[in-house]
Ligand binder design. Structure first.
Ligand code: 13P
Length: 355
């Protein structure tokens, strides 16, 4: 099949994912990363425990009211729930579209600076995406990472290579009917001010869409997953939430085409509460383009849930997940009241974070 065959379906899927008031649950942590999360609640990283945890998430009653899609790691896409039913089926029952992380992780960028990486996984991607489609996935994710440093990162080489990789990925999965979530994350690491983040992010996202054009990516069948425009984590100048919301929208308006149906932010180490508050403020700003402004959070949706579950309390875990899902759903409509849902203020930022 070719992209032209899937165009209408891609557009429909992207629009469903970007439904106002709904967002994406990112649960595509690699086996190593989920191991760190489970270790934080003293749960061993076994396939059975991963199945139990993700099974909890995907059987939360009412979750589909706030969540349009869930990004899975390959293991989960092909896994059954402990009751024998496929995980994908559990999601379908809730009205949640299954997605899949297709990148194969970050690698050092030869010719770049020390911290710079490119994202691997393009080899055989059209074929892999086709297998994922057969298994029920309808969208994909690929995460490229850039970092701002005092010694000139991101370099032009890293911007160009990561933008090109994102566009090659997007075109490849569209050939197999999956909507690409295009994720150029700018890490929060660093001491830079917010204006520097805005400048770099505008440059990066523009390059991403230039590469998308060169690769013939069908923009109506894509979503963008950027980080919010925030100052560096150790910047001496801490900005107010309103400034962050305004700077983020301004940066998006300067760089994201109006034909993209939705921007779904990552949480990137923000606390659960901050991720909801910033999203809410963004949705109160009148925007020039009509893209939906929503969320695709990992840590900011799961942190309280993991802590409440503790490896054995299913009901408490589901309650905590639903609370954050509802909070972010409200924030996507600009009607979230800070503190109205239980949340954690704990900063989830870890320097040099690897996903
Ligand atoms: P965070 O919201 O924890 O940043 O995760 C989202 C994600 O999918 C990162 O690739």
């Amino acid at each position: 099949m070719a992209l032209s065959y899937y165009k209408e379906e891609l557009k429909q899927t992207a629009q469903s994912l970007a439904t106002k008031g709904k967002g994406i649950l990112a649960v595509d942590e690699s086996t190593k990363t989920i191991g760190k999360r489970l270790a934080s609640i003293n749960v061993e990283n076994t396939e059975q425990n991963r199945q139990a945890y993700r099974g909890l998430l995907f059987t939360t009653p009412g979750l589909g009211e706030f969540i349009s899609g869930a990004i899975l790691f390959e293991e989960t896409l092909f896994q059954n729930h402990a009751d024998g039913e496929p995980m994908v089926k559990k999601l379908e029952k809730l009205g949640i579209i299954p997605g899949i992380k297709v990148d194969k992780g970050l690698r050092p960028l030869a010719g770049g600076k020390d911290v710079e990486t490119f994202c691997s996984g393009l080899d055989g991607l059209v074929e892999r995406a086709s297998d994922y489609y057969s298994q029920g996935a309808r969208f994909a994710k690929w995460r490229a990472v850039l970092q701002i440093t005092d010694d000139g990162c991101p370099t032009e080489l890293s911007i160009k290579e990561n933008a090109w990789g994102l566009a090659r990925y997007a075109r490849s999965v569209q050939e197999s009917g999956l909507v690409p979530i295009i994720e150029p994350e700018i890490l929060m690491d660093g001491s830079h001010e917010i204006s520097k983040t805005a400048e770099v992010q505008e440059r990066v996202i523009k390059e991403v869409y230039m590469a998308c054009q060169q690769n013939g990516v069908f923009l109506e069948g894509t979503l963008l997953k950027p980080s919010m425009t925030v100052q560096g984590a150790v910047s001496s100048k801490k900005e107010e939430p309103q400034v962050i919301a305004e700077m983020t929208i301004k940066t998006m308006e300067r760089s994201v085409p109006a034909s993209v149906p939705g921007i779904v932010f990552l949480s990137g180490g923000l606390s659960e509460e901050a991720a909801s508050v910033y999203l809410n403020l963004m949705n109160k700003i009148e925007r020039k383009a009509k893209w939906n402004v929503g969320f695709s959070y990992g840590r900011a949706l799961q942190h309280s849930c993991l802590k409440a579950w503790k490896g054995n309390d299913l009901n408490a875990g589901q309650k905590a997940l639903l609370a954050r899902a509802q909070a972010n759903s409200e924030a996507s409509k600009g009607c979230y009241k800070a503190g109205s849902q239980p949340s954690s203020d704990e900063a989830l930022f870890v320097a040099g974070y690897t996903y």
